[in-house]
Design a protein around this ligand. Structure first.
Ligand code: 4AD
Ligand code: MG
Length: 461
């Protein structure tokens, strides 16, 4: 078998050679004496054209093959007389491996993203989704390569947890299957002490707290896994199940954290432009015409940096253009984030030093006692792509903050131990994997970069 990707990448090596291709029919046109098949073998988002003639022993049968069928084709690769593609395959034999029912929904016309979401099991067979999910796979690899080359240790943090890593209460609960059989207290509440784990548990919202424990042993670590949030926000940027990359670095502060994040972002952009040039050119042509210029600029410029307080001052001057109010102490909304990165900076920008009351309990308190050493990275087209901070390493400060926020310290004993037993300055961040794929491809809805999206009222497939 010859792979279509190899033919595109190294055409000269295959021209005028007899080859075999196995793949799926994207389109078929037939006239009296010959026909054309666009065939895709899954190795590339582009297809190749097959020409078959009357002389083929099963010409009649092949002429009736339906879109979607799988075929095995032997033939000669020749330069194409048509201008549309540089080569075509002149078929010598065609075998039908699997036929396709006539109600196959993917016909030649262009389908909307909305429609394709309703057939998530079939959409990877389209050019766009073929390109998106190949890039997703490549970026996952590039992330591992970036951190592994720097000596970071990959830690697998648990999916089921007994603590709320963000303290935001947006968790999916985990219980034993049979709700009716769950033990109850006298008041009729579920008695988690008698449930499987002996306590209330949930799906993790972040691997950070567990990653911090390994950071205090291995120095530089990262997690890369699925996380879950029961945020009831039906937006183009939120999913209930998404993947997150969370590095954690010891003997490091917020500046080190931002440097790592900037280096990683530039690495990923360079990597994907270098290793998926055809897919990226496709996105630049059909999905977002500004993609290339946007990405290429970034690699050669320094990311912007601004404090939250400065950001609020800028936004207040423009407050008429926003739906949501901007006041010191409130969180930035996506419209504010996008304005800062798209209109003011026109490149990625770190916003640092947020008010402590809108950030998680573990962030390090700044000397002003009002803000914490937090950083969010905002990028054009997406808004927040990274959230991170320097961690509070001072036990007394951390305990005070947890009390203020009403967290149960007894649930976090192991986390507090890290501050008692040789704790160091340390920092980390979380990169939303789907958001980085959106950023790199120009795709504007998170539902189109997840194979089987989990969003509000949507757990199909
Ligand atoms: O800002 P977040 O909530 O930060 C954390 O969870 C920290 N524990 C990370 C750390 O410091 N180790 O989430 C980090 C990133 C966001 O910037 C965003 O890109 C992504 O995760 N994210 C989501 N992506 C898709 N759907 C959602 N519902 C998301 N929530 C957060
Ligand atoms: Mg955040």
């Amino acid at each position: 078998n010859t792979l279509i990707k190899s033919i595109y990448r190294d055409t000269q090596a295959y021209l005028n050679q007899e080859i075999q291709i196995s793949g799926w029919v994207r389109t078929l046109r037939v006239s009296k004496a010959f026909g054309f098949i666009e065939i895709n073998d899954g190795t590339f988002f582009k297809s190749i054209q097959v020409v078959f003639e009357e002389s083929l022993s099963n010409f009649e049968e092949i002429s009736k093959v339906a879109t979607g069928s799988s075929l095995i084709i032997k033939g000669l690769l020749v330069e194409s007389p048509g201008a549309k593609q540089p080569f075509e395959l002149k078929a010598q034999s065609i075998v039908i491996e699997g036929s396709c029912s006539m109600d196959y929904p993917l016909q030649k016309k262009r389908h909307s993203f909305e429609y394709l979401r309703t057939i998530a099991h079939l959409r990877p067979r389209t050019n766009t989704f073929s390109a998106v999910f190949r890039v997703r796979s490549l970026v996952a690899y590039a992330i591992h390569k970036f951190f592994q080359d720097k000596g970071f240790v990959y830690v697998h943090t648990p999916i089921i947890t007994g603590s709320d890593a963000e303290g935001a209460g947006e968790m999916f609960q985990v219980t034993t299957l049979d709700l009716d059989a769950l033990p109850r207290t006298e008041e009729g509440q579920i008695d988690f002490a008698k449930d499987f784990f002996g306590k209330e548990t949930n799906l993790t919202v972040s691997g950070q707290l567990n990653a911090e424990t390994y950071c205090m042993a291995f120095r530089n670590v990262y997690t890369f896994g699925p996380t879950f949030r029961a945020e009831n926000s039906n937006t183009a940027r939120h999913a209930a199940e998404f993947w997150m990359i969370e590095p954690e670095i010891a003997f490091a502060d917020l500046q080190d954290d931002m440097e790592l994040a900037e280096e990683m972002m530039k690495y990923l952009i360079t990597y994907v432009l270098e290793h998926a040039p055809e897919e990226m050119a496709f996105f630049n042509e059909f999905v977002d015409k500004t993609l290339f210029s946007r990405l290429e600029n970034i690699v050669n410029s320094d990311f912007g940096r601004i404090t939250y307080t400065e950001a609020i001052e800028i936004l207040q001057k423009e407050k008429d253009r926003f739906e949501f109010p901007v006041e010191w102490g409130t969180d930035l909304q996506t419209e504010h984030e996008r304005f800062l990165t798209e209109q003011i900076f026109k490149k990625p920008v770190f916003v640092i030093d947020y008010p402590k009351d809108i950030k998680a309990f573990y962030m390090r308190l700044n000397d002003d006692e009002k803000t914490v050493a937090a950083m969010d990275l905002l990028v054009p087209g997406v808004g927040e792509i990274i959230g991170g901070s320097q961690r509070e390493e001072r036990l007394d400060y951390l305990e005070k903050r947890m009390d203020e926020m009403g967290l149960h310290k007894e649930d976090y004993g192991w986390y507090l131990d890290l501050r008692k037993y040789g704790g160091t300055r340390h920092a980390g961040y979380g990169l939303g994997f789907e958001r980085v794929i959106m950023y790199l491809t120009g795709i504007s809805n998170i539902r189109d970069v997840v194979a089987f999206p989990r969003t509000v009222k949507n757990a199909d497939f």
